[in-house]
Each structure stands twice: as structure tokens, then as C-alpha cells.
Design a protein around this ligand. Structure first.
Ligand SMILES: *Cc1c(COP(=O)(O)O)cnc(C)c1O
Length: 381
């Protein structure tokens, strides 16, 4: 694609940035499994590639698509969302301070509390949606990373990226945003002032529940970014070429998948509100949701495919609902084309901030009417 800068993101994504298989004129570039590259007789490397740990051609296309979508200067693929997130913290130094939300991806919160603490990283967890708490927690000169996740898994609490960015700037910290749930189709954190964007590309970016993948995108390729790149290269938490190729294929349909999942989720959130056995619905697209106003400002074209529903009663009543669902698969994860349900409190265990009667729904691209009927049957039986 010659004019990739001047076309819309949807066009650039659908056409995979116009990259092709130059050798055979195939419209889809090939998979490059080679782990190593031959030197010229004079010892030089003609393509600048030496070894696949961070120099595989299949990474290039996916990383370029990620940079374009997130409006960053550079992107790095990782073997998982966790390895992407953790690489940021591994690039810090003992004693560095982090501000993070109380409700966030559970495994990462646990990592910060265990390995992060062993590395002498100091973390303050703040109430989601409480900007005064963020201001109070940020320490000039000491806070190095302000970590956000919005909407936050699994309550979908919303935080204001631009407001956090201002605070981060005022204390000399970098703002990193886990944008897995919103996706760059709906929210572009760098445009709102973030420095680094993180994705579990396992979720919407790949979109088919068949690749484990992570990514970071940076606003500027500064010294801290180079350090993160060294963490990846040194630790080797890169993905394989086959996974990068699959991820690239998945990203070509990202915009229509996200649009469909979002419009389905909106219809389902609205329908659930009138169910007899529903206590509450957590979805930032509902005008009654505490995050609605901020979401209207920082999400474009939809409120995402994730929502939660609190069932009247306790954990047992919520779990019984999952047993009666027929279309929703009882499985962890999110962002695939198929709808999933999960009782989060029993997964997160002791200390979870998640209500016991909450079910997390990842809405896929099926017919919204079919999904609503399945929920009605399981909840109001
Ligand atoms: C799944 C997920 C992660 C972790 O990603 P993996 O690819 O499973 O390692 C991080 N953040 C969010 C919001 C997630 O949903």
C-alpha cells in the first residue's frame, strides 16, 4: 500500500499495510521460521538480521500494524500479555514507585505484590475512578510508572486517561495503559497522553482464542523503551513466527470484530437490566454506569465487548446460571469471536475485589438475539 499514511486505520488493517509475498506475488506474506541468518562473505548481514530472538520478518508486519493503530513510534511483540506487562516493571530499578488501580488484571496485580515486591518495587493501589486518590499517591521524582487499565477487568470501572496523564507528567512518571479491553479501535491512549500501551494480544487483537501473544507500543523510542527492548531480547520472551503470522491475520479483521462485539454487548447490557433475577449490570455504555461520561469522551464508536452481571443471591446462584447457559462457553479469557462466561471471584480467590455474585461475560460476534435468549433462559428460569 503506497499511501498507508493517508488511508484510514480500517483500510490499512484490512490490507495488512499492503505487505505482500514479494518472491511469489502472493497477497499474504509468508511465515519465516528461520532462526538464523547467513552472513555475506565479508562477514556483514545483508538484511541487518542476525538471529530471530528479536529480528524475525513476521514480527515486523505485526509491530508496524500495532504502531499504526496505537499512533506510536514503535512496538514490540511478546510471548504473552503478561510478559509484555512484566517487561515494563523489569526495566525499573529497586525502590522505584508505581501507582496502579485496585481493580486490574488479577495475575498482574499478583505479580506486582510478589515478584514486584521481591524486586523492591513499591506499589500503591488506588481506588478505580478516584482521581484524587491518584493525585495523592503519585510521588514527584519517585513514581516511575503509573499503570492504568480501563475499562478494568472484571468490574469495567473506568478511569480518565487524560487526567492520569496530566498527573503522571507533573511527577515525572510514565503513564502505561493496559488497552486490552478497549482495543485501539475504540481508544488510543497515546493520543490521550499515555507513554506506553500494553496489550494482551491473546484477546481482541488476535481475536480467535488460538494464539497467546502480548505487545507494547511506545509514544517515543526513548532510553526507557530501549531498556524494555533489552529486557525482551535478554529474557527472550518473544513470540514465534507462526504466532506472529496468525496475530497479523487476526488484526486484519479487528475493526469489524470489535464493532460487532460492542454493539452486541450494548444490546445485551440493555436487555439484562430488565431480567427478574439480575441485581445489576456493569457496562460503561449504560448511561447509568459511573464510567459512562468518561467513556463517552475516551471511547469512540462503542463501549467494548466486555460486561459483567450481578445475579440476585450469592456465589452459588451465579455459578448455577453458568451451568444453565448453552451458547456461552464456561471458560476464562476474552476477546474471541465466541461468547464466554466466567465466575471471577472463584478464579481470583481470597482477597478478590470482585463481588461473589458477579459473572463476567465476553461477548462475541454471534447473533445478539441468540445470546440474550440464552441468558434469559439461564438467569430467569
Ligand atoms: C488476559 C489479560 C492479560 C494477560 O495477558 P496474557 O496474554 O494472558 O498473558 C492482561 N491484561 C488484561 C486486561 C487481560 O485481559
Amino acid at each position: 500500500m503506497k499511501k498507508s499514511k493517508s488511508v484510514s486505520i480500517e483500510t490499512a488493517l484490512a490490507q495488512g499495510l499492503g505487505r505482500m509475498d514479494d518472491q511469489f506475488k502472493g497477497v499474504i506474506p509468508g511465515i519465516h521460521p528461520s532462526t538464523t541468518y547467513e552472513r555475506e562473505p565479508d562477514g556483514s548481514y545483508p538484511n541487518g538480521r542476525v538471529y530471530t530472538r528479536d529480528q524475525n520478518p513476521n514480527y515486523d508486519q505485526a509491530e508496524s500494524m500495532l504502531s499504526l493503530m496505537e499512533k506510536g513510534e514503535g512496538a514490540l511483540l511478546f510471548s504473552s500479555g503478561m510478559s509484555a506487562a512484566v517487561s515494563i516493571f523489569q526495566a525499573l530499578l529497586p525502590g522505584d514507585h508505581i501507582v496502579a488501580p485496585k481493580v486490574m488484571y488479577w495475575a498482574l496485580r499478583n505479580w506486582l505484590l510478589t515478584f514486584g515486591a521481591d524486586m523492591e518495587l513499591k506499589v500503591d493501589f488506588v481506588e478505580n475512578g478516584d482521581i484524587d486518590a491518584v493525585k495523592a499517591a503519585a510521588k514527584p521524582g519517585q513514581t516511575k510508572i503509573m499503570w492504568m487499565e480501563t475499562p478494568a477487568n472484571p468490574t469495567w470501572a473506568v478511569d480518565d486517561i487524560a487526567a492520569w496523564a496530566e498527573i503522571a507528567k507533573s511527577v515525572g512518571a510514565r503513564l502505561a495503559v493496559d488497552n486490552t479491553v478497549a482495543t485501539p479501535i475504540l481508544t488510543q491512549p497515546i493520543s490521550l497522553g499515555a507513554d506506553i500501551v500494553m496489550h494482551s494480544a491473546t484477546k481482541y487483537l488476535n481475536g480467535h482464542s488460538d494464539v497467546l501473544a502480548g505487545a507494547l507500543i511506545t509514544k517515543t523510542k526513548d532510553a526507557f523503551w530501549e531498556r524494555i527492548a533489552k529486557v525482551r531480547n535478554g529474557g527472550g520472551a518473544v513470540m514465534g513466527p507462526m504466532e506472529a503470522w496468525l496475530l497479523t491475520r487476526g488484526m486484519r479483521t479487528l475493526s469489524i470484530r470489535v464493532e460487532r462485539a460492542s454493539s452486541n454487548a450494548m444490546k445485551i447490557a440493555e436487555a439484562l437490566q430488565s431480567f427478574d433475577n439480575v441485581e445489576s449490570v456493569q457496562y460503561p455504555g449504560l448511561p447509568t454506569d459511573p464510567g459512562y461520561e468518561i467513556s463517552c469522551r475516551q471511547m469512540n464508536g462503542g463501549f467494548g465487548g466486555m460486561l459483567s452481571v450481578c445475579i440476585k443471591g450469592g456465589a452459588e446462584d451465579a455459578l448455577a446460571v453458568t451451568g444453565r447457559l448453552e451458547l456461552f462457553k464456561r471458560a476464562t479469557s476474552l476477546g474471541g469471536v465466541e461468547s464466554l462466561v466466567e465466575h471471577r471471584a472463584s478464579i481470583e480467590g481470597e482477597g478478590t475485589p470482585c463481588p461473589q455474585n458477579l459473572l463476567r461475560l465476553s461477548i462475541g460476534i454471534e447473533s445478539a438475539d441468540d445470546l440474550i435468549a440464552d441468558l434469559k433462559n439461564a438467569i430467569d428460569c
